[in-house]
Design a protein around this ligand. Sequence first.
Ligand code: PLP
Length: 401
Amino acid sequence: NSVFAHVVRAPEDPILGVTVAYNKDPSPAKLNLGVGAYRTEEGKPLVLNVVRKAEQLLVNDRSRVKEYLPIVGLADFNKLSAKLILGADSPPIQENRITTAQCLSGTGSLRVGGEFLAKHYHERTIYIPQPTWGNHTKVFTLAGLSVKSYRYYDPATRGLNFQGLLEDLRSAPAGAIVLLHACAHNPTGVDPTLEQWEQIRQLVRSRGLLPFFDSAYQGFASGSLDADAESVRRFAADGGECLIAQSYAKNMGLYGERVGALSIVCKTADVASKVESQLKLVIRPMYSNPPIHGASIVATILKDRDLFNEWTIELKAMADRIISMRHQLFESLRAKGTPGDWSHIIKQIGMFTFTGLNSEQVAFMTKEYHIYMTSDGRISMAGLSSRTVPHLTEAIHAAVT
Ligand code: PLP
């Protein structure tokens, strides 16, 4: 008899489980709108040309070896990542008071940041938006933080509950950590305006809250790397401290390479170097040091002007295709006369639309139309194409009428 005979089967991950169910469906009409990964108009995964080029350069460079990286990863990658999110002329970079560690994509960066805070920061409570990416609660709880939420989404307007957000952050204990999505909030696609960001920044600073930015979609939301980093840049420029978790999964299409970075902006260079020494103690017993390949691809692209420019063009093409899908779906629902106001489809930003469909309607669409999505009604616009918009329109129409 197995010593593990008592182990009970765990439920599928609510997001990754959608793909498991999709894979089992034999219908040729099936459509996977659950997965948070870019697909081409033909429904295929995409490797960017610029990534292929960088990989070729790496392969041809016979001087490259497979030695271990340092605990905090590839130095070039770290410098260039900080510059990418904050801008080259950002005060923390100029004053050398930022420390950056290459981590395992966005998830790993959040986890390392969370553990560092649980060990070295005086306030263990982190406030996350309601709703948020499903993994946040688990990542931060296991890191040793206590997770609370602040109001974010208003189902009535399918927009931001700005008053609720301000009230909740105002009543958070001084010093509490606040998780903010840098742009393209997942799952709602609802972001604060720049004026609202400014009010959030003032409130966060006046209450002495510690901002922790999750930047999983820089450049992927609007098509502009600078515009999508504006929220973070304002916080980094005001002299205060913050943490930033960056992911290259979506914006460089490096999902499975697990490339990301954790940056901690400090008040002085001396504090930043001490913080870095402690980050090493968090990372070393967790996975010793990060993988070399993906970070080398990113560094190769970021440090070469031509490759960088080529990347921005390919990135914008991905963002534009998603934005075009929003318009096509919206127009298609309108043309069909589907009841309801669907303008949130074109107002929301980033990879996802929070449709407002409830879990029964989602179940109906899966059963009758073989359309797969998370039960909260979130659909990945990247999984949609001109060819599949009519099928989705039919399904939504049937679900709401
Ligand atoms: N944070 C948010 C808001 C996300 O949507 C995701 C991915 O879906 C991540 C973090 C982490 O992604 P990864 O670990 O693949 O970089």
